[in-house]
Ligand binder design. Structure first.
Ligand SMILES: Cc1cc2nc3c(=O)[nH]c(=O)nc-3n(C[C@H](O)[C@H](O)[C@H](O)COP(=O)(O)OP(=O)(O)OC[C@H]3O[C@@H](n4cnc5c(N)ncnc54)[C@H](O)[C@@H]3O)c2cc1C
Length: 352
């Protein structure tokens, strides 16, 4: 029997797998899909995150450079007014997610294969009973999927999403972020490596068709295209409940979104997934040390949850005013960046 079993072959699961295999463990990853790259519902896609590549390499033990590219253009659209942001000021990178050979997922699976990790595709672990039958040394990193949360009874909020993905000119490279009264969270559009992606979400209440259509009007105005059709779905996101974020759940070790390693304000999860994957690997060898490191990384989460809660409670036009003020008066994302440094696992320890 394998020494360590990892459920979920996404960012956190593969980061843990690579680290453990390099340290001589036998590692088996049980992955729901039939190939690397997660759910075809929303991938392939370009996901963005602030990142310091050198600090991240030092922390997770391998280089991400082949899987990422700098974001070239960023625009904040708050209340229908566009404000350009210099992406280099916050070290922002695109990660290609999904099944294509150019994706970060494919790259991590290749690194894992070279390190000797065995990945069993089309092997979902969905129920409490199946979780209970797993061998003792298990990391669960099932991401933004209900099954993992439900099977381990980890509390979550149900977030509501409208998305569209299609193709575009491969030379386009941009992110536009939209804050407006159509959601208390935000919408964004991205174009990267020929993939165009549109996303509007709300972590608290469903988005109405009228709100979605107002967002589509903004996309038509600022991106210059009409959205032909929408996908709508829900998924679980970490909730501010006692014990969240959590590294341990019974005899299981958690990583990635399931561990709550998703920043509560801006909803970035890539960074936290990579960092918590490394911490989960540490937990296999030394639970006490990993717990201390996890707590250090998420120490400011309660404050970040507070800000997130305020964004949900305010009349939404207050958020628009707040975002306009932040971007206009301070020029760029410095205050948001500051919050993230305090509130995202790993940002703090890597000093982005
Ligand atoms: C549409 C979308 C856009 C996003 N955009 C951004 C962004 O721009 N910036 C950012 O920082 N973050 C973004 N995120 C969040 C980011 O993708 C996640 O935080 C990150 O991928 C979490 O890593 P993870 O390892 O926890 O989960 P994932 O990387 O999603 O990996 C989970 C893996 O587990 C597998 N799995 C699921 N259930 C089971 C099961 N029952 N049994 C076995 N395997 C299972 C899945 O197939 C998948 O391979 C976005 C998320 C989505 C869905």
């Amino acid at each position: 029997m394998a020494e360590v079993t990892i459920v979920g072959g996404g960012l956190a699961g593969m980061t843990a797998a690579i680290n453990l295999a390099k340290r001589g463990h036998d590692v088996v990853v049980l992955e729901r899909e039939e190939r690397p790259g997660g759910s075809p519902l929303y991938h392939p896609s370009g996901q963005g995150s602030p990142l310091r590549l050198d600090a991240m390499r030092a922390y997770i033990g391998f280089d991400l450079t082949p899987g990422v590219e700098p974001i070239r253009e960023m625009v904040e659209v708050a209340g229908g007014k566009a404000m350009p942001i210099d992406p280099s000021l916050i070290n922002s990178y695109f990660f290609e997610r999904g099944p294509r050979s150019t994706s970060l997922d494919a790259y991590l699976h290749e690194l894992a294969r070279e390190a000797g990790v065995e990945v069993r595709f089309a092997t979902p672990v969905v129920s409490q009973e199946e979780m209970a039958q797993l061998p003792p040394r298990v990391i669960v990193a099932t991401g933004l999927h209900f099954e993992g949360f439900d099977a381990l009874r980890v509390p979550y909020l149900t977030s509501h999403h409208f998305t569209w993905k299609g193709t575009c000119d491969p030379d386009l490279n941009y992110v536009h972020m939209f804050h407006d009264t159509y959601t208390s969270d935000y919408g964004y559009t991205s174009a990267f490596r020929g993939i165009r992606y549109v996303h509007l979400f709300n972590r608290r209440v469903p988005i109405s068709i009228a709100e979605r259509d107002r967002f589509a009007e903004h996309v038509a105005k600022f991106d210059g295209f009409e959205i032909p059709e929408w996908n709508s779905f829900t998924f679980p996101v970490p909730a501010a409940r006692p014990g969240t974020p959590r590294l341990f759940c019974g005899n299981k070790i958690l990583a990635g979104t399931l561990a709550g390693a998703m920043d509560p304000v801006a909803f970035f999860g890539l960074h936290g997934a990579l960092v918590s994957g490394r911490i989960a690997a540490m937990a296999i060898e030394d639970g006490e040390r990993a717990w201390r490191e996890f707590r250090r990384c998420v120490a400011a989460y309660p404050y970040a949850y507070g800000i997130s809660r305020m964004m949900g409670l305010q009349p939404r036009f207050m958020n628009v005013i707040a975002f306009r003020t932040i971007f206009r008066r301070f020029g760029y994302l410095k205050p948001v960046h500051r919050i993230m440094q305090e509130g995202v696992p790993g940002y703090r320890c890597l000093k982005l």
